[in-house]
Unconditional design. Structure first.
Length: 501
């Protein structure tokens, strides 16, 4: 056995003896219950479990859990041609996303095509094209915080506002629209659908995947999966039709994914479901993940006054109090950047990323990994590896102070021990939304630091251990006081005109 990966016992791929069959049955029945526990466990507890169980089988399904950075690179990056597919889960992939939305596509031409088309709206160039709109949404987020906290007097619950911030950026890029207020009914509807998606799609799948006959019955899970699929088509289809109506009327529609899809539909060979699901994935992939990091940042700050103090000193020295940080200031504010990387490390929204799936038999350093094995990137253990992150359980932005690379560039480093973290996954399926997420995080977090000091509410301790049940990514709901740091905050927040889309 090599460190970080456990090869499967040969009984899993040779004719089993009676003893071996019994052993397999035992392993299988023990492991069989694992996904149900996982679905009910907080991410932290789940990650702890996976440190203990580096690889396992659930009935006939094989899982390899990778917890070593060198092996992660060898498998996901160097052998990406073999380890870049997705398992065709019954509920997630077959019932809800129907092999679409990039993330549910197997490693084939459809995936390549969809990733290329939607990817145009996620690249650094696309981010530059939407710079003004993202900046505006970050401005609105600060304004909302300022109004809600009533100049520091009242508590703010960051959950809804951060979600709306991330949602608006996704809606602008995908559909050229935004919501005017967090109370807009569309905010609740899309979030309801996203939470239902998270609830139905655990990282290791559902019971229907392991007991095939269950797929023949109209189980509650199956009904919910189908209903959710129909809701995605209804909600995102209606929005696509609105964009189409505007284009048909000759109205000026801003550049966005929907416009591109409608214009190139025939030449790209896209059907209506392809288009709806490509829009949906922006909301599914890009809202709770990004909003969750901002929430974790706000939850962590009151417990780390020295981090706030150092960030304020850096901001005052580099940008001053007359204006707040912009995208262009990022390179000049290494400590603020380091805080973001450290939050991404300690609270990765997906502790097991999204499992990849192998499409060929493979022998890795003498260990056989059969075709059709799920490969899990164990971010929790990777992020707590003392060789890479000394005092790994401490929240310590200093560890990234000399890291000047974007997350996307860091993922390309040949020395894997220098890579910042694995929060965005690895290899050919690595998150294509990294550049967008990084810009959103930068503008929100650097401006919260510039504008406020963040305090815990008296008698309302913030839990840094537990995760909110349905999202599994965000902290449990909490409230903070945001005290404006100086008078300029008020005047700067009033200074911006509305943008028109
Ligand atoms: C902090 C924010 C985010 C985090 C932590 C995150 C994380 C991830 C992870 C772990 C994966 C799976 C990677 C793998 O299979 O190796 C992924 C995939 C994906 N993400 Fe993100 N993501 C974030 C933001 C976004 C945003 C903003 C978008 C859209 C603009 C997005 C779109 C996607 C898509 C489409 C995939 C599927 C890629 C594929 O299967 O080829 N993500 N993300």
């Amino acid at each position: 056995m090599s460190d970080g990966i456990l090869a499967f016992p040969s009984i899993l791929h040779t004719v089993p003896s009676l003893k071996a069959t019994l052993a397999l049955a035992l392993v299988a029945s023990l492991c069989y219950v694992l996904p149900f526990f996982c679905a009910k466990m907080s991410s932290t507890r789940m990650a702890t479990l996976f440190r203990l169980v580096p690889s396992f089988a659930i009935l006939a399904f094989l899982y390899v859990v990778i917890s070593d950075p060198h092996i992660a690179r060898d498998i996901f990056v160097n052998n990406g041609a073999i380890f870049s597919s997705r398992k065709d889960y019954f509920i997630k992939n077959q019932s809800i996303l129907r092999g679409r939305a990039i993330t549910a596509s197997q490693y084939n031409d459809k995936w390549r095509n969809h990733r290329r088309i939607a990817g145009q709206f996620m690249t650094p160039k696309a981010v530059a094209g939407f710079a003004n709109e993202i900046d505006y949404e970050a401005h609105i987020l600060m304004q909302t915080f300022y109004t809600e906290t009533a100049k520091g007097a009242g508590p703010v619950s960051p959950q809804h506002d951060t979600v709306r911030y991330a949602l608006n950026v996704m809606l602008i890029m995908a559909l050229g629209i935004r919501t005017e207020a967090a109370s807009h009914p569309f905010v609740d509807r899309t979030l309801e659908l996203t939470l239902e998606f998270n609830d139905l799609t655990g990282p290791l799948s559902n019971i229907e995947d392991f007991i095939t006959p269950l797929q023949w019955f109209n189980t509650n899970l199956k009904k919910r999966g189908r209903k959710l699929h129909d809701a995605f088509i209804e909600v995102y289809g209606a929005l696509l039709l609105e964009v189409k109506a505007k284009m048909d009327n000759g109205e000026d529609v801003p550049d966005c994914l929907a416009k591109t899809l409608l214009l190139t539909r025939e030449q790209e060979g896209l059907d209506w479901e392809d288009m709806c699901m490509l829009i949906a994935v922006f909301v599914l992939g890009g809202v709770h993940s990004t909003a969750g990091i901002i929430q974790w940042f706000m939850a962590l700050l009151p417990a780390h006054p020295e981090v706030q103090r150092r960030a304020h000193e850096e901001l005052d020295a580099v940008v001053g109090q007359d204006s707040w940080p912009t995208a262009e200031d990022e390179a000049r504010l290494p400590y603020c950047r380091a805080i973001i990387k450290e939050v991404l490390r300690v609270h990765a929204p997906f502790w097991m990323a999204t499992p990849h799936y192998s499409t060929e038999d493979f022998v890795y350093k003498g260990y056989f990994i059969p075709k059709s094995t799920s490969i899990v990137l164990n971010c929790y253990t990777l992020h707590h590896d003392e060789r890479r992150y000394p005092d790994a359980h401490a929240f310590s932005p200093e560890r990234y102070i000399d890291d000047h690379l974007s997350c996307a560039d860091s993922a390309k480093l040949s020395n894997v021990m220098e890579r910042d973290h694995w929060t965005f996954g690895a290899g050919r399926r690595i998150c294509p939304g990294m550049a967008v997420a990084e810009r959103e995080l930068w503008l929100a977090i650097s401006r919260i630091l510039w504008s406020f000091t963040v305090h815990e509410m008296p008698n309302e301790p913030i839990s840094l251990e537990e995760y909110e049940g349905q999202s599994g990514r965000t902290p449990k709901p909490f409230r903070v006081r945001l005290i404006p740091r100086h008078d300029r905050v008020h005047s700067l927040l009033q200074s911006r005109d509305e943008i028109s889309l």
